[in-house]
Structures are given as structure tokens and as C-alpha cells.
Ligand binder design. Sequence first.
Ligand SMILES: [Fe+2]
Length: 244
Amino acid sequence: MKIAVLSDIHANPLALTEVLRDINEFNPDKIFILGDLILAGYNPNKTCQMIFELKDKYKDNFYIIQGNTDKMVSCCTAGLIEKTKEAFPCMGYSLEDDIKITDKKYLDYVKNLPEKLFLELNGLKIELVHGSPRNQSENIYPNLSEDEVIKMTENSDADLILCGHTHIPCGYSLKNNKTVVNVGSVGRSALDNKKSCYLRLVVDKDAKFYTEHRLISYDNIQASRHVQARGFKHCEDLVRMYLE
Ligand SMILES: [Fe+2]
């Protein structure tokens, strides 16, 4: 059984288009999406429309959870905007603009997504989370100690935990026999080369599994120009994240 696992698309249809091209070549049986469809990209509506098309294509084989930024945009308050502007100005001003430009049907969709999903495939127990099993906004980075990752994942019964959120792909094979894989980001890569990343997962009949992070080039310069064109205050700080 072949599965494509994507996360952190962040309103970037150019990146999603190239990733979907590679996914089509893989021809997976299922699609998992680990949240952060929107916030601080350039086109949340087109992105959500593409996700809806994928959902229609894969039907019961399409699984999706909510990311922290999906929750921020869809449950936004004036207080949250001000707090975010203080902590991270370009994100705060983007948030203020995102809630104006995102269609209500897409806001309602991401608002009602589950925070986690648990499923069993060929006897392999898999949990889908955005940050970690204990917190939607927790960072599973590549440089953590094994004990830190064990603590973050101890409330999960899964053999394989799939996460995103940090925008940096990584993986841990833990001494308690759990495996944790951060699938990276489609739309706002934190890698030096700025390539999109997603995960190809293959689960055998006997629950053995194999993973491969796929790094995909896309026109990040064009995406940065689209972000610049939004013109909200401090958007140049966001633009830099696509380039440096
Ligand atoms: Fe994200």
C-alpha cells in the first residue's frame, strides 16, 4: 500500500502543483495531509480548491487533520491578531489579511478538521498529528534527544507517528519501537535549498513499512513575488522566507 503524506502547504499553489506532479508519478493508494493549508502564503482559496479536488479524487482514501495556522485563521479574534503582530509582525499582518481574503467555506472546512487521526493499515498503527501527539504546536526538530522525542510521543499507541509543523523533515527510530517521521513542508520550506518536501510511505502486508522524503523544486521566486504583491505591512519579511 502506497501513501503520500503532505503537510504545511501554507497557501502556496505553485509548490503544491509540483508536489502533486511527483505524487501522481508515485500513484498512491491514499493521501494524508497533516494541516497548515493556509496562513501567510499567497493564495489560500486556490490552495483549498486544489485540496478539495484531491479529496474528491481519493474519497475514503483521503485523510486530513488541522494544523495550528488553520486554527489561527479560522478561529481568529482581534486579540490574537494584535498578539501575533507583537510577537511576529509579518505573521500578524498576514493573519489580518488572510481572514479577509479566504472564502468562508474554506475557513469553515479547516475550522472543523480533527486535530489528530489514528488508523491501522495492514496491522500497522499510524497516528497523524500536526506538531506532536501531545500538542498541535510542538516542534519535533531533527536535533532533539531521543528521550525528548519519547516524552513528546508517549501518549500515542501508534507504531508510526507522522507529523509536520517545523517545516524541516526528519525522523526518529526510538528504543520503544515507535517511529516518528516529520514530513517537512510543501509550501514554506525551511531548508536552505527552499525545496518542497513530502513523504512517500509504503506499508507491506505484514505491517513492515518504508519511508522516503522527496525534495521537489518549484518556482519559489515567483511564489515570493506573489506574496510581495499582497502588499500588507511587513510582507517583505515573509517574502525573504521563500528566498533565504
Ligand atoms: Fe506550518
